[in-house]
Design a protein around this ligand. Structure first.
Ligand code: AHN
Ligand code: ZN
Length: 332
């Protein structure tokens, strides 16, 4: 009887939390609970992160092999060098699914590189060459602006880097921005194989920038800037990094972002994190927008020409950025 009652209370609380009209209230309650932060966490500047997204998009689609790709790598590297003295650009040459050789650059910034006690924050910076999921078949060979699927995670990690330059976290940090994540075969032609995705992260995970590199855990940001985004519990992360995933979600909920971080399973995603887990044995959580109401399971703009600046909301950048900063600064 007691069990049944507990279950029904639990079910009731789930219904409440899922009701959009209740979201504002629970967020306000969470903000009150965050009045006593464990440590002094800098305030993530959402306008700054947004400006870094705008700057990336200004180059045009950062498709591998294009001038925009080249120029954007230069831009990101120069900005990171202004905030961090240990920046490495790792070049790689990888074969794509179609046999084409791609020149990639993984861009890595490290704070306290001598420490073993460290975590890795990552995202991919290049654009998908084809909007193969565009609703309009005529547009499916257009390149993607990749505002959400690329620039959003980089914008957040650039703002995090700026914060690390002002107040250095206690633990060591690596920001790793991968190239060549999104060159998997056009899905309207073939489903292909997982191995054609995440080419830059596959290279880094098998050829780390530093011999014997390891980290306690990693957080991968993927599609973290869209208006109204919800972050569900991605399956590979839950299986292999469940405790860290729980910590990130609890942190987001505690500091006021319960409408973004939902405790709901969201399917399994082939993403950069699986290669880091496989080759480096570092648990990595994919913090990725997942949406059960769409056919793809992702945002409706995913791999379409609509993944542009108009879909980005600085409040989503803030929710993710502030949560990541809190997790980082609370580590000791
Ligand atoms: C696949 O579509 C196989 N994986 C999705 C990973 C991804 C693509 N994330 C962003 N773009
Ligand atoms: Zn993509």
């Amino acid at each position: 009887m007691k069990n049944i009652l507990l279950i029904s209370i639990f079910a009731l609380s789930l219904v409440c939390c899922n009701n959009p009209s209740q979201r504002g209230k629970s967020a306000a309650a969470d903000s009150a609970a965050s009045a006593t932060p464990r440590v002094d966490v800098p305030s993530f500047n959402k306008d700054s992160a947004y400006a870094y997204v705008v700057a990336q998009l200004a180059f045009g689609p950062r498709v591998p092999g294009s001038p925009a790709h080249e120029k954007c790598a230069e831009y990101i590297t120069t900005k990171l060098q202004s905030w961090c003295k240990d920046v490495i650009v790792q070049k790689c040459r990888m074969a794509a699914y179609n046999g084409k050789m791609l020149d990639g650059k993984n861009i890595i910034a490290s704070w306290k590189p001598e420490l073993k006690n460290r975590i890795v924050l990552c995202s991919h910076w290049e654009s998908r060459p084809w909007a193969d999921h565009d609703p309009d078949p005529k547009l499916r060979r257009q390149p993607v602006d990749a505002a959400n699927d690329g620039a959003s995670g980089v914008g957040i990690l650039m703002e995090a880097a700026r914060q690390f330059s002002i107040k250095e976290p206690t633990i060591g940090i690596d920001i790793v921005l991968f190239d060549l994540e999104d060159y998997g075969p056009p899905q309207d032609v073939s489903q292909g194989d997982d191995k054609w995705w995440g080419l830059g992260s596959q290279y880094w995970a098998q050829n780390p920038h530093k011999q014997g590199y390891s980290a306690r855990y990693g957080i991968l940001l993927d599609m973290v800037g869209a208006q109204g985004a919800t972050f569900l519990l991605e399956g590979f992360s839950q299986q292999n990094a469940g405790d860290i995933q729980q910590k990130i979600w609890d942190t987001g909920n505690r500091i006021g972002y319960s409408s973004f971080f939902l405790y709901e399973k969201g399917g399994f995603v082939t993403d950069d994190h699986i290669f880091i887990m496989k080759y480096m044995n570092i648990p990595v959580v994919d913090l990725i927008q997942l949406d059960k109401s769409t056919e793809s399971g992702f945002n409706s703009t995913w791999h379409t020409t609509h993944d542009n600046l108009a879909s980005i909301d600085a409040n989503t950048l803030k929710a993710v950025g502030q949560t990541v900063l809190t997790v980082v600064y609370e580590e000791e």
